[in-house]
Design a protein around this ligand. Sequence first.
Ligand SMILES: Cc1cc2nc3c(=O)[nH]c(=O)nc-3n(C[C@H](O)[C@H](O)[C@H](O)COP(=O)(O)OP(=O)(O)OC[C@H]3O[C@@H](n4cnc5c(N)ncnc54)[C@H](O)[C@@H]3O)c2cc1C
Length: 449
Amino acid sequence: MTFDTSSVHAFQSHFDGDIILPESPEYESASTVFMAKGAPAIVVRPRTDVAVAESVKFAKEHTLVISVRSGGHSGAGHSTNDSGIIIDLMHLNKVEVIDTAKNTVRIEGGAHWGPTADQLQKLGLAISSGDTNTVGVGGLATAGGIGWMVRKYGLTIDSLVGATVVTASGEILQASKTTNPDLFWGIRGGGGNFGIVTSFEFEAHPIGEVYAGSIVYDFAERGEILKKWRDYMRTASEDLSTMIMPMPSMPAFGGQPAALVLLACYASDNQEEATKVIAALKDFGTVLSDDIQKKPYAEVLEDAHPPQGFQVLVNDALISDFSDELIDTIVKNDTQMLQIRSVGGAMNRVSKDATAFAHRASEALIIAPVFMSPAASQSEIDSALEPWRAIAKFGQGAYINFFNEWTSVESTAAYPPATFNKLVALKRQYDPENIFHRNYNIAPDSELR
Ligand SMILES: Cc1cc2nc3c(=O)[nH]c(=O)nc-3n(C[C@H](O)[C@H](O)[C@H](O)COP(=O)(O)OP(=O)(O)OC[C@H]3O[C@@H](n4cnc5c(N)ncnc54)[C@H](O)[C@@H]3O)c2cc1C
């Protein structure tokens, strides 16, 4: 869409924020996100809730497709588009304590988890988010948030106590267990379907230093080690969250030797207990190297870089029983890497209908990135995904945020019928015209299941 520049000028005259048009020097970086490059008609960077609401109204007036950008890490590239508008929340990145007694913190919707963790660390606090510094608070904290303290404190959304949301009508609403509780339910697992969250209120947790790092085992022992890992995690202290990654030798990683890598975070500074836990983890099999050490929690989060020269197809499955049969299937189908995260603990104790993230009774999340040449044909993609399909059969459901496709297959995996139907009802109420559809979309005209 091309603009009548006078409408942009009129908007700019009262808009509290930046406006970036294709001729602006920042246009290229403003329209490029982690997994995609777009060509939007306009990028706006509001500085206030009111400016976010004005951006939504401007988009509607000009019938522009809306992308909402927080950290820009959407696996599906939802936070950019062609010919539409990006509402980029980069200026809304404040982190502040609003109740010292309860450790309640307000974090704006465009903050990133790395700088957020750094600021909370100075206060002796932390929130279980994800594993990556540059992932945005907005995209992760509306979908679930499976991070380094998931077994101790649950999903990121389980620490959420309130939010400010700009809805499709341009209203600025509060959402919590007592104010607009239906909206509060929907923004905890329903992604960006119901509006733009300009700030989140979390109850943070007192955390200082933790024990974290990696252990690399002999890949040849992966079947036995995966069983020992499963058995150990079933009764391990909830202070411990781990992920274990069978990594065959792959061109995407420069053909490095195959390895089985365990990443661990023991979220406590109790040295005696940590020493026992680390010894138990090292006892799973032949250790080739290890570097678990005491560090501030904020240093556990790492930087990530988009893979160059590959397209990445990402899928995931939540597993209720990480059975021997599943482990054997993983071992037989290990042409690509897998990231297997321990979940459970506090995440399991939240009832399945308390939030829009329903698959609570899970003990593992398997994430399967498949690295393909950008020129791969559909039949090459289909055959590369075959091993994953064999593994995915063991899933009881899925987490929306590790999908780069969103068809009825993925939405059925993510949302059981009762959750899906409630999301559709909420979408009809808050966004009947589906203006927020660049997301894991719940269309208001969906057939109920
Ligand atoms: C390298 C990498 C590591 C990851 N690690 C983890 C992890 O450890 N744990 C985990 O749970 N997930 C993880 N993810 C998945 C991640 O949660 C999603 O990709 C998420 O959408 C990224 O959030 P973002 O704000 O960076 O994304 P963006 O691309 O900015 O936003 C994605 C979508 O989220 C919605 N959205 C964003 N901000 C808002 C807002 N303020 N209000 C309403 N809706 C909004 C919009 O629909 C938007 O299109 C990872 C992804 C990557 C690429």
